[in-house]
Structures are given as C-alpha cells and as structure tokens.
Ligand binder design. Structure first.
Ligand code: NAD
Length: 484
C-alpha cells in the first residue's frame, strides 16, 4: 500500500466549491491517503490583477506537490485574460490529455449504448504552440509545430495506456493526405511504435471521416491518439454524443506533474443551489488515485459510484422519471456514494484498478541519429500590393544572383508563376522559391543568401519572412506548390 500523497486542490468558481467538497468527502470516507494544500485560482485571482488566473506563490505549491485536482473556474469576460488551463499545461509540461468517453446506458440515455472510447490528445504542440503573426495587409499565419520526440511520446503513451487498461485497439487520426510532412511524420511514428505492440490492433483514419465516425459509430473505436487541435474537437464531439458531459473526467499528464478535472465548466447558472452533479470531478479524482498508486481506493470509489448510478440515485441533470428512482442534490448524491463504499455494481461492469500501479512513465526509444542536412534553397515571402505574380517575377528577376534561381511563386500555396491559372485569386502574400544552382551549398551559402535577401529588400521588395529549404538524408523536406 502506497504512502500518503500531498496534492494541490483548487475549489474554483461557480459550482466548483460544491463538487470539490463532495469529491473530497467521498475520498476521505473511502480511505484515500491524501494531504491537500488548497490554492486559489480563477475569477477572483484574475480580477486581482493576475492575468493568468493564478498567483505566483500558488505556482510554487503546484510545482512542489506535482499533482493538481482542479475544480472548474469562470473565465472573466473581456480581453487580456490568459487561459489558466493552457498556462498550467505548458508550465508543468502536461503533454497528454486523456479523456474517457463512456456510455452509461441503460442508466443514462445514450444514442450510442456501446460507446467506450478513450481519447489521448497531444497537449503541447501543433497550432497551440501559439506562434501567430500578421504578415501583410491580407494575410495572417499560425504555425503548426510538431516535434518527433513530442509525437513519439504521445503515441507511446496511447499504447502503454491501452496495454495497462486491457484495451484492444489504438486508432491514429491525422490529416496526412494534406499535411504530408507534419501529419505524415505523426502517422509514420505511429506505424513505427505500433510494431512494438503486436497484441494491439492498430488503425489510421483521416481526421475528417474519423470525427464523423466518432459522432455516428463511436463503438468502432477503443483508444484514439491524435494531434492537439483534432483532439480538442473530437473530445467534445465524443463527450456530447456519449450523453454524459456532466460525468466525464479528464487527466492532463506530464513527466513533472499531472492535473485532473471534470470537462464541464463552472455552471454559474446553478451555483450554490446544491443541484450540481459532482460525478465528473469525482471520476477525475479516481483517475488521480490510480496515478498516485492508490488503485485500491480508486476501485472502491468507482464501484460505489457505479452502484449509486445503477440504483437510480440521480442528480437533476441526468434524472429521468422513466429510469431514475430518486432525485437527489449534490450532498444527497455524495452521501449515497459514501453509503455504497465497499459495494459493487450488478448491471454495470465493476472496475478493478491495479493497486500500486502508479503513473505511466514513458521513455523515448527511437534512436535520433544525426541526418545529413543539405541546404537546397530558400523561400522568400514577399508582401506585394500589386497582387500580380507576373509583375513580381519580372521585378525579382532583375535582382541577379549567380547561384540562386527563382523557381516558382505561389500565393496561399498555389503556383501562380510560371504559368499560373487565371482563375487563381491572389492576395498580397507571395512565396517566392529560390533554388541553389551553384556548387553544392556549404556553410557560407546561407550568408550569401542573406546578402541576396538584403539586396532584394534594398530594391524595395517587402520581405516579410524567409524559410530555408533542406533535404535530410537525401529527401527534400519542404512542400511543393499546388500545381507544381
Ligand atoms: P458549463 O459546462 O459550465 O455549463 C453548461 C451547462 O451544463 C449549464 O447549463 C450548466 O448548468 C450545466 N452543467 C455543467 N456542469 C454541470 C454539473 N456538474 N451538474 C449539472 N449541470 C451542469 O459551460 P459554460 O456555461 O459554457 O461555461 C461556464 C463557465 O465555465 C465559463 O466561464 C467558462 O469559461 C468556464 N469553463 C471552465 C472550464 C474549466 O475550468 N476547465 C471548462 C469549460 C468552461
């Protein structure tokens, strides 16, 4: 049996204090071995001038305790406030977001009674890196950053999660038919890691049809692993169609900490009325206890909760006179779960978490050898008010360089020179691609190229950014223009 763990607890806003009190009460009654440090987060903290919703001294507690049980908070209206969740995820390096989506039919009505899937979403990279720029009158950009180690880690996490929890299949969702380098790498790493888990069935689907299937036939999925943005979207679709948004838990896992919370918000409309359902937070606390190596207590609570639900003791949000036996408030529900500690459900499948299992620790295994990286050319992005590719090409070709040749110009990724199509709509944002035509490029080549860019700029062209073009081990690692 593991020793007591020290965790950080935040009661949050709205219904937060009620559902957290309920969760702590049930954990205490079940014998959870916990000591709690309480921190203040949310609306009050935002309004006292901390733009991220958390005070610096609370950070010290979070870092020291590493495990955070968080109630929902209210995000104040108006600009200037940063998302607390994003701040905590990035601050603690919580790279995996794990969201089980389960139907509780026939206890809770659900259009997909056989749904039982877990979404493992990458949490730190992708478009959420938050690197955005406005580059011209017409164009804004947001960079999609994916790293190979970050990808390997989330994929290994999904497989290890499947293995530990007796899950049979892992499905990767990506858009590698369009984003061949970024999503292509995600899919490739998935295939590589999958070979190490021969007992687990694997599948890959394009995210659009994958999302449609999550909505329409979720029973075909078991564990899903995907990129940050896709995961964000399908997590909400899955929660919605499971019919159990108020019951769903979420874990954010990292090497240096973990955060557990319900997926719903602070529900200010019902705050302080003793009607909120504490189940989402309680099930998150169950995940936390497993993570802390207290699988025995987690099992006891989860089974008592299932038995309460199965006995038809329901809060207002899921109460249905044709199914439920008794309508209770937050406290009534809490006491009903406590009364059933030690009991198991009879109609629903009981859970049995391994005692002392602890957190899933993921080691990167791939050998990252140094590739042969060759400089092939450069994309020079130019803002041009004429919005005319032919005119731009003529102007640029006046700026001579013996080793750099203008190969093509694209507008929003579509080739517009040479020989573009008249139908292509042009903005003021052009990518001009210059290939190195001299002897094999060397360390000095880049300096030469930058001198050339200065020359282009001095001629009055509005250079807004550049992107170096490389091959790695002989493979060109940059996208072609559409129509090239
Ligand atoms: P919400 O999830 O708080 O509420 C949506 C609806 O579901 C409401 O009718 C509410 O009464 C009901 N509901 C939610 N949880 C319930 C529960 N446990 N029991 C019974 N009914 C429940 O979403 P919202 O109204 O869009 O957001 C309210 C606030 O919560 C906003 O300030 C939002 O920014 C914040 N929020 C916080 C988090 C978080 O802290 N992780 C997540 C989502 C939203």
């Amino acid at each position: 049996m593991s020793n007591s763990s020290r965790i950080t607890v935040a009661f949050g806003d709205g219904i937060g204090p009620e559902i957290m009190t309920s969760t702590l009460e049930i954990m205490k009654a079940a014998g959870a071995r916990l000591e709690c440090d309480v921190i203040e987060i949310g609306e009050k903290v935002y309004k006292s001038g901390h733009s991220s919703g958390i005070a610096p001294e609370s950070w010290d507690i979070l870092r020291r305790n590493k495990i955070f049980l968080k109630a929902p908070i209210t995000t104040p209206q108006g600009g200037g406030f940063k998302s607390l969740n994003v701040t905590i995820r990035k601050g603690l390096g919580l790279y995996a977001n794990v969201r089980p989506n389960l139907s509780y039919a026939p206890i809770v009505k659900c259009i997909h009674p056989k749904m039982d899937l877990v979404i493992v979403r990458e949490n730190e990279e992708d478009l959420y890196a938050g690197i955005e720029h406005r580059q011209s009158e017409d164009v804004y950009q947001c960079l999609k950053i994916l790293s190979r180690p970050g990808t390997e880690k989330i994929i290994r996490y999904a497989f290890e999660y499947a293995k530990r929890n007796g899950r049979k299949k892992v499905t990767c969702l990506s858009k590698d038919n369009i984003m061949k380098l970024t999503d292509g790498m995600f899919h490739k790493v998935f295939d590589e890691v999958a070979k190490e888990y021969p007992g687990i069935e694997t599948d890959h689907k394009i995210i659009d049809i994958g999302a449609a299937f999550v909505a329409e036939r979720p029973q075909i999925f078991d564990v899903i692993v995907t990129l940050n943005l896709y995961g964000d979207i399908i997590s909400d679709i899955a929660a919605q169609v499971s019919g159990s948004v108020g019951l769903a838990s979420s874990a954010n896992i990292g090497d240096h900490g973990a955060m557990f919370e319900a997926i719903h918000g602070s529900a200010p409309d019902i705050a302080g009325k003793d009607i909120a359902n504490p189940s989402g937070l309680l099930l998150s606390a169950v995940d936390m206890l497993v993570h802390l190596g207290q699988g025995d207590v987690a099992t006891k609570i989860h089974n008592a909760w299932l038995k309460t639900m199965e006995d038809g003791v329901h809060t207002g949000d899921i109460y249905d006179p044709t199914i439920s036996q008794q309508k209770v408030g937050t406290q009534g529900f809490t006491q009903s779960v406590i009364q059933r500690l030690g009991q198991k459900p009879e109609k629903m499948k009981p859970v049995n978490y391994q005692a002392g299992a602890g957190p899933l620790v993921i080691q990167l295994k791939s050998q990252y050898k140094e590739s042969k990286k060759v400089f092939k050319g450069i994309d020079i992005f130019i803002a041009d008010k004429s919005r005319n590719a032919e005119k731009l090409a003529n102007g640029l070709n006046q700026v001579k360089h013996e080793n750099l040749k203008l190969k093509m110009i694209t507008n929003r990724g579509v080739k517009v020179w040479p020989e573009g199509l008249p139908e292509t709509f042009c903005t003021d944002h052009f990518r001009t691609r210059w290939m190195w035509a001299g002897n094999e490029a060397n360390a000095q080549s880049l300096t030469t190229v930058y001198e050339f860019i200065s020359k282009v700029s001095a001629q009055g062209f509005d250079v807004i950014k550049t992107e170096n073009l490389y091959s790695f081990d002989g493979l060109d690692q940059y996208s072609l223009g559409q129509g090239e």
